[in-house]
Design a protein around this ligand. Structure first.
Ligand code: SF4
Ligand code: SF4
Length: 638
């Protein structure tokens, strides 16, 4: 049973404990929900107004329209549009939070923050068309912050980061009327359009869905990524460790969970405070050990080498080690259940964002003006909890595994000598067939990490470079794909390139908002070759996605011209028209489509065929896509 829940030994050990002690986890709660509503799974239920709720019978026997007259196409498209809007809002609000602290830092009003990467700040100002002229850095930062804040509103006809996209792609977006105008504007307009009696044309709704997602990928997410680099440092390759073995039995353990690095960065500073270290030692601990979870963890891993305890489905299990003094949460992907699990142990759950409170948690409100002071208060709370730890209850399974992180675009181009040329040459020669972003979450409907790890393995062994973000990155770290020695797991061409550069075949590009880095890298390759992104041998995959943010990511990746395969079925199958548009029709609109394939072996085949088709179209040596299939040995016990 545990093997069907997770492929990881550490998770399986904790699941056995959960079972023996009767502690509910996400997997029990999923089982309790069965059977899940078929109308909702197909996207044909609607509760957008109080004449409903309504549902359309996808088999044609029951009602074919809601009370207002909306049919399946309209309802499915409206639901998908709202999902994209929610995901875009989450990323973009995260970006705004960073932006506001960035502006206050530029004005010297914060504590614990600084502008670490001046060169990047000046480059961003140039992207936004701001005169630099060697002006004081605080002035440049203030002007950039103002320009970015304007990007959230409705005073422009194009967000500033759209300038990074290839001109041919920008022209296409203009022609289609999907150029993102304002980050907030597109989300608000989607909520308006999907109100009863506004936009009832499924094509029109979905085109605006693409526009909304572009305001995330080339807007809010990019703001979050780039300003995090300016304030906390642009990531460079760094070695660290991963899995539950990163917890230390003799130390005060603090897990940093969520997405926003604003608070966690100052907690890293606070945990080094001599007074607090002495306090921990005075309590009998060897020290203070910070570990990461989800994307707050990714932010700290790639910049500071903080070890990664696990991805999305590990958040309850890490508490069950009995060795965690505090789980500090900001927002996004934090299950409300963590406070229930924490009640079974001595763990304090500390919420920190006023917009994300958790019943049962201790709330310590984050204030950037007192960032370091609050960081110290949180660390002190964790140290005090150490006194309540029950040593007999401590169960830390396994040893930590090494993993390499920190491949920002700057780091990748730096490793290549400052130009995409060596990568392009390797792709042209066929040593590297193409590149794929494997991104996204865990979902308890899929054995944890199986989709990420299987797909990635099949791609790298066929000489396809993989870049990873979010929980997919953590999965591949646990699988041993993210150390230079993993070059031996890659095909001969990719393996040789990786050995020459001393890099893994799977590159950690960061957190969920850092999928914007993949867009920037794709744009750099396209610009270098003078083609559109959709011409390149690239693909995306979200094998275990669960979140609304992942839907927005998938939509902006496709709208940017990159074919994307989803491993979990989205709720669209109640409308044949919507399915056909997303799976086929978009090819003639944005030059890319969605694929849906739950089996990672088959998903790898779809992606490999796509990459070879792109190689053929570019006149590069290619393998006949028709000859690519799942090896007969797969699934045959071989
Ligand atoms: S908007 Fe239409 S389909 Fe939706 S709940 Fe209201 S009446 Fe029903
Ligand atoms: S990849 Fe998905 S589950 Fe993981 S942190 Fe990001 S949104 Fe959350």
């Amino acid at each position: 049973m545990n093997e069907r829940q997770s492929i990881n030994q550490d998770a399986q050990t904790m699941l056995r404990r959960a079972h023996m002690e009767g502690i509910d986890t996400v997997w029990e709660r999923l089982a309790a929900q069965q059977p899940q509503c078929g109308y909702c799974l197909m996207g044909v239920s609607c509760r957008n107004c109080s004449m409903g709720p309504c549902r359309v019978d996808p088999f044609g026997e029951g009602p074919q329209r809601g009370v207002c007259g909306a049919d399946a196409d309209t309802i499915v498209a409206r639901n998908l549009g709202r999902t994209i809007a929610a995901g875009a809002a989450a990323h973009s609000d995260h970006g705004r939070d960073i932006l506001e602290v960035f502006l206050e830092t530029a004005k010297g009003e914060t504590s614990g923050y600084e502008i670490k990467d001046e060169a990047k700040l000046r480059a961003l100002a140039a992207t936004f068309g701001l005169e630099d002229g060697d002006r004081p850095i605080a002035d440049v930062a203030t002007d950039l912050a103002d320009a970015m804040l304007e990007d959230y509103g409705s005073r422009k006809d194009r967000v500033g980061f759209a300038n990074v996209a290839p001109e041919v792609r920008r022209t296409l977006w203009d022609t289609l009327g999907i150029t993102p105008r304002g980050i907030d504007r597109e989300t608000v307009e989607m909520m308006h359009r999907t109100h009863m009696g506004v936009d009832n044309d499924y094509v029109n709704i979905l085109l605006h869905g693409l526009r909304t997602s572009l305001s995330d990928g080339w807007g809010g997410s990019m703001v979050a990524t780039e300003l995090s680099d300016v304030m906390f440092g642009t990531p460079q390759p760094i070695m660290s460790t991963v899995n539950l073995g990163t917890l230390k039995a003799d130390s005060v353990n603090i897990a940093l969970h969520g997405h926003n690095p604003l608070l966690s960065d100052v907690i890293v500073q606070a945990a080094k405070d001599p007074e607090l270290v002495a306090l921990a030692e005075g309590m009998g601990a060897a020290g203070i050990n910070l570990v990461g979870l989800c994307c707050t963890g990714n932010e700290l891993l790639m910049r500071k080498g903080v070890p990664m305890a696990g991805n999305h489905l590990m958040q309850e299990l890490v508490i069950m080690t009995g060795a965690l003094e505090a789980m500090v949460v900001d927002y996004q992907c934090i299950m409300p259940s963590v406070t229930d699990v924490a009640k079974c142990f001595h763990t304090r759950v500390i919420s920190t964002a006023d917009k994300a409170k958790f019943p049962g948690a201790t709330h310590i409100s984050f204030d950037p003006h007192r960032g370091l002071e609050i960081g110290k208060q949180i660390v002190r709370t964790a140290i005090e909890a150490y006194a309540e730890r029950v040593p007999e209850r401590v169960l830390i399974p396994g040893e930590p595994l090494p993993m390499m992180a920190g491949f920002s675009v700057e780091a990748i181009l730096g490793a290549l000598g400052g130009t995409p040329e060596p990568l392009v040459d390797a792709i042209k020669a066929g040593h590297i067939r193409g590149a794929v972003g494997v991104v996204g979450c865990n979902n308890p409907k899929i054995p944890q990490d199986k989709g990420h790890v299987t797909l990635t393995q099949r791609l790298i062994e066929n000489d396809i470079l993989v870049v990873v973000t979010g929980c997919a990155a953590v999965a591949n770290g646990k699988a041993g794909h993210m150390v230079p020695e993993a070059a031996d797991l890659a095909g001969p061409g990719l393996g040789t390139v990786c050995r020459a550069l001393g890099i893994p075949p799977v590159l950690h590009m960061g957190s969920c908002v850092d999928n914007s880095r993949i867009l920037v890298l794709a744009a750099a390759l396209a610009n270098y070759l003078g083609v559109d992104i959709s011409d390149l041998p690239l693909a995306g995959a979200a094998p275990e996605w669960y979140s609304e943010k992942a839907v927005s990511i998938g939509a902006y990746v496709v709208a940017s011209g990159i074919y994307t395969v989803l491993g979990v079925q989205p709720p669209i199958f109640g409308s044949e028209h919507v399915v056909n548009l997303l799976a086929e029709g978009l090819e003639g609109v944005v030059g890319a489509t969605f694929g849906i394939e739950p089996d990672p072996e088959k998903a790898a085949v779809l992606i490999r065929r796509h990459i070879e088709e792109k190689r053929r179209a570019l006149g590069l040596p290619f393998i006949d896509p028709e000859t690519i299939d799942v090896p007969a040995t797969v699934g045959a016990g071989a």
